[in-house]
Ligand binder design. Structure first.
Ligand code: PGA
Length: 224
């Protein structure tokens, strides 16, 4: 049986107190529930939230890893405003690179993303690399690729499981990526149909990760 990979992407949402509250509610919900399989769960949050989340995750004993949503393409030094990979690795295990919102709103190019991947890799971060289709180049060293069609992100219109499976099959063939997940309007209603596809190793929910109820419901939907 494949190990399912779920990465919640909070994007630019939540204050520290909201993030802590999310964890406490999630802990209460999950404490009475046994999953048949143990998915690998990563929560990708704003830089300011990572340290308080880390402390609370360890206090509550929740099996969730943390991820950042961006990393500097440079190492330590005179790069005002940037957070470098070594700094992230002190707190988190994963980083999302190349999300379509970074490409669109922050003009991140394939070349810049390649530099980010190199920085993240050398610091030992796990990399979730997002691509909008099966023609976008995937750097060889990433750990997980996320296929996220731009038109499906935050729109409530997901890709079909069958098409996502076929795109992901191509991505796996072309890029040699080990694990490829699907993102774009994943909900508790549709998550099981994506996971049921043979090529799809997990999901990257945005909106559905924002409340502990809906995120928990995703996990429940995978367990039935
Ligand atoms: P969505 O976001 O689930 O809200 O569509 C997914 C993403 O952007 O990673």
């Amino acid at each position: 049986m494949k190990q399912i990979f779920i990465a919640g992407n909070w994007k630019s949402n939540k204050t520290t107190s909201e993030a802590i509250e999310w964890l406490r509610e999630f802990k209460i919900k999950t404490s009475n529930f046994k999953l048949k399989t143990t998915p690998q769960v990563v929560l990708c949050a704003s830089f300011t939230l990572l340290y308080p989340l880390k402390k609370e995750i360890s206090r509550l004993g929740i099996p969730i890893k943390l991820g950042a949503q961006d990393v500097s393409p440079y190492g330590a030094g005179a790069y005002t405003g940037a957070v470098n990979a070594v700094q992230i690795k002190e707190i988190a295990d994963w980083v999302i690179i190349g999300h379509s919102e970074r490409r669109k709103f922050f003009s991140e190019t394939d070349e810049l993303l390649q530099q980010e991947v190199e920085q993240a890799k050398s610091a030992g971060l796990g990399i979730i690399y997002c691509v909008p289709d099966d023609t976008t180049i995937v750097p060889g060293t990433v750990d997980v690729v996320a296929y996220e069609p731009v038109w499906a992100i935050g729109t409530g219109k997901s890709d079909t499981p069958e098409n996502a499976n076929s795109v992901i099959q191509t991505i796996k063939t072309v890029s040699k990526a080990g694990r490829v997940i699907y993102g774009g309007s994943v909900t508790r209603e549709n998550v099981a149909s994506f996971i049921a596809q043979p090529m799809i190793d997990g999901v990257l929910p945005g909106g559905a990760s924002l409340s502990p109820e809906t995120f928990y419901d995703l996990l429940v939907a995978l367990a039935v």
